[in-house]
Write a protein that binds this ligand. Structure first.
Ligand code: FAD
Length: 363
């Protein structure tokens, strides 16, 4: 196998999932993550369609089922908190067959735990330069010593550092859909039990739910807005923006806007998509939200990341590490892979990677 020594930037979903498959196929991945530990936070994430089969093949479906949110019901409330209409969570989320829903933190932790003994993780660091040569990629880091890798994969999210360093400024690829979201943990002061409450106002939406851990609730804020010129790393500034957009609103919003200042896991971002003509350049490629973020509004980002990781690692293995062939095939085959249903008819045993020949025929 050629090009075994692979650096992945980003340890959320796409990065560790890719590391899992690369290790199984005999590569040696290293994952660098900017935050000092696995990043917590985020709302409920859907695992749908083919992605369910990917996690089954990773041997983590049972772990995922154990931490499934198990949501029972959603209720729309008015500005006084009076219930307007309730519906079952299954109906509201239009989930099908084996689809599941987990907290982002839980899914990220499960994949990390599955890979941590076989994969080198470098937390609290970030790539500062990437220089491709004939025989590898020279990488410098904010903290660690410079190193040379065979390949570099950017799985570092919608504001990808690798994409900026190799493909150019984010403004060329990011399409703001005209809205913002914020997600943070709050006390479960309404004693919700696998219930979600939704509050709508013109151009605004807020929800609150509690799932497995009833000691806390998760709140979700959404508002329409033309693009804001905010710093996506400045959390205090983002909390201020959220507070001013929702000041004077009804229901439990005043209470949540007090809680936001103590939230341990505040997340704020635009609802945006990433559009790129190509996801690779030489020995460097992008994966997950870094390459093709469909926006949090789609509910598909996690499934696409999981499937993309599976396909990319499989193509590298099929091509015996020949990255030119693998990156081209990944680009050509990933869309067909996610649309077809041939694979669904032939489920594999849990945890077993598909044979490479069979993978090829399925993509
Ligand atoms: C904290 C958080 C909360 C989220 N909440 C939601 C949500 O509620 N709903 C939803 O639909 N989607 C959410 N997302 C996005 C969702 O995780 C992705 O759409 C999807 O799972 C694909 O994941 P990804 O691994 O490609 O990207 P992401 O999940 O965005 O992960 C990118 C990773 O790269 C890391 N990173 C960033 N910059 C660098 C750098 N310079 N060097 C090294 N590492 C870096 C980040 O810290 C992160 O761990 C959230 C993402 C994060 C990070």
């Amino acid at each position: 196998m050629d090009n075994e020594n692979i650096l992945i930037s980003g340890a959320s979903i796409a990065g560790p999932a890719l590391a899992y498959w690369l290790t199984r196929y005999g590569f040696r991945p290293t994952v660098v993550e900017r935050t000092p530990a696995l990043r917590e936070g985020g709302y409920k994430l859907d695992i749908r369609g083919k992605a369910v089969e990917v996690v089954e093949r990773m041997g983590i479906l049972a772990d995922i089922r154990q931490v499934s949110t198990g949501m029972k019901e959603g209720t729309f409330v008015d500005r006084n908190g009076k219930a307007v209409v309730s519906m079952s969570a299954e109906f509201f989320n239009s989930r099908q067959e084996q689809d599941d829903e987990v907290m982002r933190t839980d899914l990220s932790r499960i994949i990390y735990e599955r890979t941590r003994s076989d994969v080198e993780y470098l937390f609290n660091d970030s790539i500062t330069s990437i220089t491709e040569g004939q025989n590898g990629v020279a990488v410098t880091f904010e903290r660690g010593k410079p190193r040379v890798f065979d390949l570099v994969i950017g799985a570092d999210g919608i504001h990808s550092n690798v994409r900026r360093l190799v493909f150019g400024d984010e403004s060329r690829f990011l399409h703001n859909l005209g809205a913002y979201i914020s997600i943070f943990t709050a006390p479960n002061f309404l004693d919700l039990d696998r219930q979600e409450l939704y509050y709508y106002a013109p151009g605004k939406f807020v929800s609150l739910f509690s799932a497995q851990d009833r000691s806390k609730a998760m709140s979700f804020f959404f508002f329409s807005s033309p693009p804001l010129s905010h710093d996506y790393r400045n959390i205090e500034q983002q909390k201020g923006l959220l507070t001013s957009f929702f000041s004077g609103d009804g229901w439990q919003i005043p209470r949540l806007l007090k809680d936001v200042w103590d939230a341990p896991d505040f997340y704020f971002d635009s609802v945006s998509q990433i559009h790129m003509d190509r996801w690779s350049a030489g020995r460097i490629a992008l994966l997950g939200d870094a390459a093709y973020c469909p926006s949090p509004a789609s509910g598909q980002g996690t499934s696409l990341a999981l499937i993309g990781a599976y396909v990319l690692a499989g193509e590298l293995a099929l091509a015996s590490g020949d990255y030119t062939t693998a990156f081209t095939r990944k680009r050509q085959k990933a869309p067909g892979f996610s649309q077809g249903d041939r694979w669904r008819r032939k489920p594999a045993a849990a945890g077993r990677p598909p044979s490479l020949d069979r993978r090829q025929s399925l993509c």
